[in-house]
Design a protein around this ligand. Sequence first.
Ligand SMILES: [Zn+2]
Length: 196
Amino acid sequence: MFIELTDHLRCPADHDESFLVLLPDRMEGRSVRTGQLGCPVCGRTFQLTDGVLNTGDAPVLVRGNASVLDAEAITALVGLSGPGGYLTLVGPAAGRWREVAELNPGVALVAVNPPSDMTDSPGISVIHSGTLPLKSGSMRGVVLSRPLADDEGWVREAVRVVLPGLRVVGEGNNPPPDVVELLASADGVWVGTRVR
Ligand SMILES: [Zn+2]
């Protein structure tokens, strides 16, 4: 996990939003390989192992849930212009991160619940969790691939963590209109922003 990303993490427990305190055990350059993240509000701790944060409540995604979104589509739909910040890929689409990185230089990538064989490496931070343990309004874009975009809880998480006015791309049925303001929708893929 990028050391800088730890500034954007939040405790996934059900209390007012709180940051997590990092106690690194082993670093490789700017990557935390092993360490602990602790919540000052509830006292829970989370282990970083082989660079991966696993909060222990990630959904089991059935193999074969492929994403139709390729790197070109992800890049066009999420519409980042210029380097900086973070793009979060949730579910199977995270498997395309190398191509997404090539098309979006200078944008750090976060994979949440990616294909199970994906490891943490330079250019990508890997998280397994039942929510998005990221601070509200901290990401430049979120891509929710199948089947998570059909779950309203994940849609709410995606619009919570994205910066105001920036985009969430979903692969599934159109999201609830009180949660997402749709910009476009076609063939089971939608693009929207947080309802103001
Ligand atoms: Zn907590």
